[in-house]
Ligand binder design. Structure first.
Ligand SMILES: *[C@@H]1O[C@H](CO)[C@@H](O)[C@H](O)[C@H]1NC(C)=O
Ligand SMILES: *[C@@H]1O[C@H](CO)[C@@H](O)[C@H](O)[C@H]1NC(C)=O
Ligand SMILES: *[C@@H]1O[C@H](CO)[C@@H](O)[C@H](O)[C@H]1NC(C)=O
Ligand SMILES: *[C@@H]1O[C@H](CO)[C@@H](O)[C@H](O)[C@H]1NC(C)=O
Ligand SMILES: *[C@@H]1O[C@H](CO)[C@@H](O)[C@H](O)[C@H]1NC(C)=O
Length: 439
């Protein structure tokens, strides 16, 4: 396929890939040998992923709408976390269903059992479904086959850090919600192998019961910055630093990389300070100070972007949301400038996207997220979503959905694709460099 064809098509490739799946996995370069401290990142629906959508979307529009509804659920969930409530009051009947976007292969136990865990920068805990789990769907971790597995006693210091922990027998259990689901897990320890690094005594939840259906089927790897997270458990090995490059949907092999530790970062990387919110210790907040559309800095009141530890307002980088969400005044300013540049071309909408055109959007060459010390320039691939079939192009960002009083700006994965994003906690900075994500 020609690059020019690919460039215009975000999702035709997904369909192409699903078709090739039927022709056999063997020819695909799956399960690359991990090297050093670098792990392959797969899109959950990549041909190398064990998870496939139950029924492939019948059209481009349908797949966009599906991604939007999952995103909406993600935003509601993130907003509930910043608000410090387990469930946010939202319009009745709204289901919170979210599926993971990116997965990584992690080996758990001795001998190692392979699990494809969802990567989540906005969560701290790690958990895997265990063999005796009630309600779990997919491949399960057989704790009794691992010689290094043990459960945590009620006196374990970590037992005080996990959410709503209880003593069942003499072992420490906890419940937590994820999206619209609830899980009960035994706080456990085992050796976890990431790329070639064995991490002995890693603390995670061995899931025993779930209710709801929105949990990543083979577990979650929390990459947040709070207690319990991978960073907090491996300070000597990785110096609380990691980076990732999220694969563009256009890349045939559909994989990116997660680099654990501070080494081998691009020379062109630029930094913005990471902000710490003691009340929401998980999140990677940064200070967004403006947004440029083409050459014009759009008119957004600083208060719409301001960081506020008390309310949780501000801007975060998140790996689990697909399309960037801005607070309403910020989104409206961006949208109005895009529409102004498009002149009198007819604007239409598609689901939650309200700025779509059936003519090329060449009048809007770039969008720049301006952070303190760093301008992140988005190429059209990072902010426009196209359909080759219907020739529709939409601005791939939105305001919070109706009824969700979100104070968060969420820089999402489509906008991060083909950039290396470095999370450097000891130096309190987040780095961004343009990079073609391949692995
Ligand atoms: C391990 O646990 C599973 C599920 O609880 C059980 O079916 C199996 O017999 C156990 N295996 C051993 C070796 O204990
Ligand atoms: C955790 O959930 C289980 C049901 O799955 C329930 O029996 C138990 O009381 C819950 N524990 C806490 C601390 O909420
Ligand atoms: C996909 O992976 C194979 C094997 O590593 C490589 O030869 C090929 O160039 C890759 N294709 C793309 C589009 O990255
Ligand atoms: C707007 O419409 C007018 C009349 O149809 C046309 O002459 C003009 O070129 C259009 N402007 C742009 C920017 O497309
Ligand atoms: C970012 O862009 C703005 C507006 O174009 C410019 O004034 C500013 O100096 C740039 N900041 C950095 C860190 O390059």
């Amino acid at each position: 396929m020609k690059t020019s064809t690919l460039r215009r098509c975000l999702l035709c490739l997904l369909l192409h890939v699903l078709v090739s799946l039927a022709q056999g996995l063997d020819s695909k370069p799956c399960h690359k040998q991990d090297h050093d401290s670098t792990i392959q990142i797969l899109h959950v629906h990549s041909p190398c992923s064990p998870f496939q959508p139950p029924s492939p979307p019948s059209s481009w529009e349908e797949s966009v709408l599906q991604m939007q509804s999952e995103d909406q659920a993600r935003l509601i969930y993130l907003s509930s976390l910043v608000a410090g409530k387990s469930i946010l009051p939202v319009a009745s009947g709204r289901q919170i269903i979210q599926s993971p976007t990116y997965i990584v292969m992690v080996k758990v136990g001795t001998p190692p059992q392979t699990m494809f865990m969802a990567m989540d920068t906005s969560n701290d805990a790690a958990w895997v479904p265990c063999s005796d789990c009630v309600g779990c769907a997919s491949a399960l971790f057989a704790a009794n086959k691992s010689t290094t597995f043990r459960t945590a006693g009620c006196q374990a210091p970590l037992c005080k850090q996990v959410p709503s922990s209880t003593c069942s027998g003499s072992s420490c259990s906890f419940n937590m919600t994820y999206g619209g689901s609830t899980l009960s897990a035994a706080l456990s320890f085992d050796t976890v192998t990431l790329a070639k690094d064995a991490v002995p005594g890693y603390a995670f939840g061995c899931v025993q019961r779930i209710t709801g259906s929105s949990l990543p089927p083979q577990g979650l790897l929390g990459l947040g910055r709070g207690p319990m997270s991978l960073l907090s458990q491996t300070p000597n090995l990785y110096q609380s630093t990691f980076s990732y490059c999220l694969p563009n949907f256009r890349s045939l092999n559909f994989s990116g990389s997660l680099k654990l530790g501070p080494t081998a970062q691009p020379k062109t990387i630029r930094f913005t300070p990471l902000l710490r919110n003691p009340r929401r210790s998980t999140f990677y907040y940064v200070n967004m100070i403006g947004i440029r559309v083409g050459r014009r800095v759009v008119n957004i009141l600083p208060s719409a972007l301001a960081f506020n530890p008390a309310t949780g307002a501000g801007t975060i980088f998140d790996s689990g949301t697909v399309f960037t969400r801005l607070v309403e005044p910020a989104y409206n300013a961006v949208r109005d400038e895009v529409r102004r540049r498009m002149g009198n071309a007819t604007v239409s909408s598609l689901g939650g996207f309200d700025t779509c055109y059936s003519v090329p959007m060449t009048a809007v060459p770039t969008v720049v997220f301006m952070f303190e010390g760093l301008n992140m320039t988005l190429a059209q691939d990072n902010f426009l979503i196209h359909s080759t079939a219907t020739k529709i192009t939409c601005l791939a960002m939105a305001a919070a959905p109706d009824g969700v009083n979100s104070v968060l700006n969420v820089i999402a994965s489509m906008q991060q694709q083909d950039h290396r994003i470095l999370f450097d906690v000891p130096n309190s900075r987040l780095g961004v460099a343009r990079e073609l994500c391949t692995y």
